[in-house]
Design a protein. Sequence first.
Length: 145
Amino acid sequence: MNIIKEITTQETFLVRNLVLRPGKPVETCFFEGDNFTDTKHFGLFKDRKIIGVISIYKNKNVIFIDPNQYQIRGMAVLKEFQERGYGKLLVKHCENYLKNNNTTLVWFNARETAIPFYEKLGYTKNGFPFVITDVGIHFLMFKNL
């Protein structure tokens, strides 16, 4: 059985480290804003084992005029569970949570390899690719809720 529930910052680190920061110290998995009161972390559990994580941050991107925006960060599913719809479940869970909390826009910096995944979920690229040091090429993506 699959369950998505709110988790702590520290609980995100196992999946973040293995998927987003492989071979790097666990300290690189802590993101600015992780412990803010408006930040929420969600974990996807399969048979009581955490297999995916996603975090949302109340963070205004000046490119967008919407007053109530959130940023997604740290979305990751363990490699052996990828391409089974679990990432979609996590993103949709956050979208529903944000809609219920009157958020009008969600945005994030997506890795180049993840663009097709997010486009299938209705997200749009904005602007040109850019590099995040030690991580790779990214695109700004967004969706009006």
